[in-house]
Ligand binder design. Structure first.
Ligand code: UT7
Length: 332
């Protein structure tokens, strides 16, 4: 009889740049206020990278080393890297190559994925499938972003710029035969009809030799209201999908770790699921929205705080640009 292989998260890590940018700091560049930002988003501060010191891959490397340490495995055990980011160091090749180089893992396959705010859950799902089919045994799954340089920090771009921050999170995902402690399922969705509701146009390959780089297209553009309305619906759908698929109800969730998009979105979802405050993790206050990095940073911090324990039912859920939405249900 063949024993089925599952996957489980055995180590978590994160790294955020040292440079703390408060809401008040942002008032130097744009007309905004600490009160507006906190009331509309919950954010108090975020981290920005330091030019010449931090790169997307350097943040990812620091987060990965912490995750590997905590998993008790050396980098040489890693046989797959799945790396999610919307803000790679180069247009190509992807930052997974740079992380692989830093870790000395020449020859190991790397997969760069986008999928923006759902990127980490997509990456986790890919690692889970590779492990379940025997293609990998120890995967490093990373979400890393340096987004602060992609924002229009004048008043014109304030609805976007105040939200986003920089940082990285990582998880070591390993094969297991233990059905009680594993990733139960992952659920991925996308709807390209809404691509331009939250997007970054440049650098684009679809220009003729006469066109120049369009500086207008080099800042993130977001229709915040539309994104918000879709987010609250899709978060609920994809969380319920994961619960139904495994025979659970919301009441069984030990901790929901949502993508940190806006504390009002998290609160809405929490209320709909009738979960008490201590069963939904939020750290957007400290880091803002770090896109693909937000879930692994939040999960790492929750783990450090003792809020993720053996036997817990952990739900990860995300929604973002694309649109994409995704969830993972984990029996820790
Ligand atoms: O992670 C991927 C998914 N992203 C999201 O889920 C983001 C979803 N969207 C949101 O979180 C919200 O839409 C925002 C936080 C981005 C904006 O909040 P909002 O309540 O939707 O505000 P709004 O865009 O409707 O703007 C309301 C007012 C406007 O002024 P008027 O027209 O009413 O005079 C804006 O100009 O607030 C103004 N405003 C600001 N004021 C001060 C917009 N941004 C700012 C700002 N500071 N930073």
């Amino acid at each position: 009889m063949t024993i089925p292989t599952y996957s489980k998260i055995t180590g978590l890590g994160f790294y955020v740049p040292e440079n703390v940018v408060t809401n008040n700091d942002l008032t130097q560049y744009m007309e905004t206020s600490d009160a507006w930002i906190q009331e509309r988003t919950g954010i108090k501060q975020r981290r920005y990278f330091t030019h010449g010191k931090d790169t997307n891959a350097s943040l990812a490397t620091a987060a990965s080393r912490m995750a590997l340490d905590r998993a008790g495995v050396t980098a040489s055990s890693v046989d797959l890297i799945v790396y999610a980011t919307l803000s790679p160091d180069y247009y190509f090749p992807g930052s997974a190559f740079l992380l692989q180089r830093e870790l000395g893992l020449e020859g190991v396959p790397v997969i760069d994925i986008r999928e923006q705010c759902s990127g980490f859950v997509y990456a986790l799902s890919i690692a889970d499938q590779f492990i379940k089919t025997g293609m990998a045994k120890t995967a490093l799954v990373v979400g890393s972003e340096i987004q602060s340089g992609l924002m229009d920090k004048s008043t014109r771009g304030r609805n976007v710029a105040v939200i986003f921050g920089d940082g990285a999170g990582a998880a070591v995902v390993q094969a297991t035969t233990d059905p009680e402690h594993r990733i139960l399922s992952t659920h991925l969705h996308a709807d390209g009809r809404f691509a331009e509701e939250l997007y970054l146009k440049e650098p684009t390959s679809i220009r003729t030799h006469k066109d120049n780089f369009d500086p207008e297209g080099s800042n993130v553009v977001m229709n915040g209201n539309t994104v918000f309305k879709h987010a609250v619906v899709r978060f609920m759908e994809v969380i319920n999908e994961s619960l139904t698929a495994n025979g659970y109800t919301a009441d069984d969730i030990s901790l929901l770790v949502p993508h940190q998009a806006n504390v009002r979105i998290s609160d809405y979802v929490r209320q709909q699921l009738k979960l008490p405050e201590d069963r939904v993790y939020n750290n957007i206050q400290r880091y803002g929205n770090t896109t693909a990095a937000s879930i692994p940073i939040a999960l790492s911090e929750a783990f450090e705080e003792g809020r993720v324990k053996s036997g817990d039912l952990i739900c990860l859920a995300a929604f973002g640009s694309g649109f994409t939405w995704a969830s993972a249900l984990i029996k820790w």
